[in-house]
Structures are given as structure tokens and as C-alpha cells.
Write a new protein. Structure first.
Length: 238
């Protein structure tokens, strides 16, 4: 008898390797991949919907094949699932990039895709309940905590900016004015991507030390800095 809750409701066929269970699992992983891909696209993150669908199907079939080899041929280790998950972790790690503004891009999508591969492999094993709970937790993590994360970041005493100064000689003026505002510069890096642009471009990390600034949002602080004569362009990172 199947031990998975959903499988027990569906019947023994859903836990066996047959056409019906394979079709059901395939439909489920495609649906999950579409939901995940649409969420990433909605938030303007590169999703690659077809890639996600193919990846999810591959992970599911790896789990399906492993359960067949384990139950029929006595294999003791899910080799295909392990290989697929490791392979996907390598592929997704290579999609993480640094933008010209020194921002890390693609990290959430990369980790989410890796998690999706695990969820789909679990579904391939016939653990419908665990897979659906895992997928629900993944989507809650992506959708449910975005506003909270933004609120916490905006209330933090630490933030990072992309700064473009009109000339390199303006740097000292900017540093002096930032200190007068009540900002402590923790780190300042020249951005080499703009070496031939004629601008002096930096990534700057601040700590808010002025008491009056602690009640202000990062947007308010950046808006105040943007009107300085030496500043060509400024925006918050992260």
C-alpha cells in the first residue's frame, strides 16, 4: 500500500511506474514550472520558461527512473536524481552574474531553480504530498516575504549605492558632504566598467550614523544626495 497521503487517495497505481502515474507527474511538474516561471517573469527576472519546464521534466524522470531501479533491480542509491541535482546546481551557479553596477543578479532564480529540481525529483519518486508542500513553500518564500524583505532593507542603517560623479575631482567633495549629512562610508570602490565613459563611477556602502537620518528612508537620503552639484547620477543597490 502507498504511504504517501495523496497517493493513498489516488490509489496504488499512482505509486507505481506506469503510463497513468507518469502522465500525472509530468502534468504536475509542467504546471509547477509554469507557475514558478511566471512568478520570475512577473518580477522581471530572467526565467526561461521552456528551460524551466524541460529541467523540471528531466528531474522528475530521474526520480521516476531511480524508483524503478530501486524497486525492480535492487539499486540502493538514487544515482540519476543525485547526478541531475548536482548538474543543475552547477548550471544554475553559472547563471549568477555581476552587473556593471557590481550587483549580484540571478541568485534567487538560480537557487529557486535548484530547489525546483529537488521538488520534481521527489515527485518522480511518488511523494506527491512532500513535493506539493515543498513547491508551496518555495512559492510562499518568493511571493510572501518580498514586502517584508523590502521593508527591513529600507529600515536598515546600512545601504549601498551606485554613484556617478561628474569628475574624479568631485569625490572628496562628495565624501565631505556625505559625512555632514550623517553618513559613514564603510566601503568605496571605483567601478572599472565605466573607465572610458568620462564619468567617475563608484559603488559606495554607507552606515547611517546621524540621528536625524535614522528616521528617514533610504529613498529620502538618496534624493537629498542626488541634488549635490558633484553628483551626476545616484541609485540604491539591492
Amino acid at each position: 500500500m502507498p504511504t504517501d497521503f495523496i497517493a493513498s487517495l489516488l490509489g496504488n497505481w499512482s505509486s507505481e511506474v506506469n503510463i497513468a502515474s507518469t502522465a500525472l507527474k509530468t502534468a504536475l511538474v509542467i504546471l509547477m514550472a509554469v507557475i514558478f516561471g511566471c512568478e520570475r517573469s512577473r518580477n522581471r527576472h530572467a526565467a526561461g520558461l521552456r528551460t524551466l519546464i524541460v529541467l523540471s521534466i528531466g528531474s522528475m524522470f530521474a526520480g521516476l527512473a531511480d524508483i524503478y531501479f530501486i524497486t525492480v533491480h535492487g539499486v540502493v542509491f538514487p544515482i540519476l536524481s543525485a547526478a541531475v541535482i548536482i548538474g543543475i546546481s552547477i548550471i544554475t551557479a553559472n547563471t549568477i552574474i555581476f552587473s556593471s553596477k557590481n550587483q549580484i543578479m540571478g541568485l534567487t532564480t538560480s537557487v529557486g531553480t535548484w530547489t525546483m529540481s529537488i521538488v520534481c525529483a521527489i515527485l518522480g519518486f511518488g511523494l506527491y504530498t512532500a513535493a506539493l508542500i515543498g513547491f508551496a513553500a518555495l512559492m510562499i518564500g518568493l511571493l510572501g516575504f518580498s514586502s517584508m524583505e523590502n521593508y527591513i532593507k529600507n529600515k536598515s542603517n546600512h545601504f549601498e549605492i551606485h554613484l556617478e560623479l561628474k569628475t574624479r575631482n568631485s569625490l572628496q567633495d562628495f565624501i565631505s558632504m556625505a559625512r555632514e549629512f550623517g553618513l559613514k562610508i564603510d566601503n568605496l570602490e571605483l567601478n572599472p566598467a565605466y573607465a572610458n565613459s568620462g564619468l567617475s563611477v563608484y559603488t559606495v556602502k554607507f552606515t547611517v550614523v546621524g540621528k536625524s537620518l535614522r528616521k528617514k528612508s533610504h529613498s529620502d537620503i538618496i534624493e537629498a544626495l542626488s541634488v549635490l552639484d558633484c553628483v551626476y547620477y545616484i541609485e540604491k543597490l539591492g
